[in-house]
Design a protein around this ligand. Structure first.
Ligand code: ADP
Length: 288
């Protein structure tokens, strides 16, 4: 692995690796701390994926950076090692300790990012949630994007893998037919991180929060906030700070689980039936 990373770092005129060790905590990739002559790096590799997988992550980080609202690691490059066909992503090494106001800053800055002006919903081209790929384009309606390009795409993956069939399939289809009861057609569109669970933000120097590992899209900010609430990891101070900048609508609670459903379907498709019960519970709630 050291050789592969060494060859990658040559692309940015970096020299001998002085220290390297594996970093755990991610779901999908092999990740390494690397100290070379000039500085430290965080390098992710994944032999099984196409290089577009890391290009999408790098693009997401740069879109978030350009909003000027919230920090993300600097990306130094995405390369495919010619000898082993291993795609890799090299970025700034982030390290720091949480301060009293870290959660608050995260909430305020995420809300500031969501408040920015953007038109359309979706994304142009391929995007990934975990290892699963979506083909996207920009939609004029959030409802159709969320229903057809997100929920239906995951349902189709589930159908082909066998995790969605029979009653579960029928109920999901019924839900899609009446999704317009709850999901708005043209809410304010925002730049969304798209995969914001507790493991996808970290603290850097001075207690400053950084977003990592995005699955970027343009969409309804409630979709992002619903996912932060699915697996936990965000404090009340985070939510209070977020709401002070960008209050959530009174209808948020009525559709929150419909937004969590997408992530649960993706988890069902990637990690198996342990997520099936939550999918069924949500569908039962909305399809009587
Ligand atoms: P995966 O794509 O496999 O889910 P992540 O991007 O989530 O991998 O990274 C795995 C772990 O590595 C994270 O949980 C975090 O602890 C750490 N990490 C991610 N990015 C950085 C970084 N830029 N600097 C230091 N550590 C990082």
């Amino acid at each position: 692995m050291k050789d592969i990373i060494q060859r990658g770092l040559k692309q940015i005129q970096e020299e001998d690796i002085q220290e390297i060790h594996a970093v755990t905590g991610g779901d999908i990739n092999e990740a390494y701390y690397v100290r070379a002559k000039h500085q430290e790096y965080f390098v992710k590799l994944n032999k099984e994926m196409d290089v577009s997988f890391f290009e999408f992550e790098a693009e997401g980080l740069s879109v978030i950076r350009r909003t000027g609202t919230i920090d993300v690691p600097v990306v130094y490059g995405v390369w495919e090692d010619k000898e082993t066909q291993t795609p890799m992503l090299c970025m700034e090494w982030i390290e720091g300790k949480k301060e009293n106001n870290t959660d608050e800053i995260l909430g305020e800055r995420l809300a500031a990012m969501h408040l920015g002006e953007i038109t359309g919903y979706g994304w142009e081209g391929k995007s990934y949630i975990g290892k699963l790929m979506h083909d996207n384009h920009i939609h004029k309606s959030w409802l159709t994007y969320y229903r057809d390009a997100r929920l239906l795409e995951q349902i189709k993956i589930g159908q082909s893998q066998g995790s969605i069939s029979g009653k579960r399939n029928k109920q999901l289809m019924k839900l899609l037919e009446k999704l317009d009861k709850w999901i708005p057609d043209k809410p304010k569109s925002s730049i969304l991180h798209g995969d914001l669970w507790g493991g996808n933000w970290m603290t850097g120097k001075g207690g400053i929060p950084y977003l990592i590992d995005p699955s970027i899209l343009y969409g309804h900010h409630e979709f992002e906030m619903a996912f932060t609430q699915l697996f936990g990891g965000f404090s009340q101070r985070f939510y209070d700070a977020y709401h002070s900048v960008f209050p959530l609508s009174t209808e948020y609670e009525t559709r929150k689980e419909l937004y969590q459903l997408y992530y649960l379907l993706a988890h069902l498709n990637m990690f198996g039936e342990s997520y099936g019960g939550s999918v069924d519970r949500i569908v039962r709630k909305y399809v009587k």
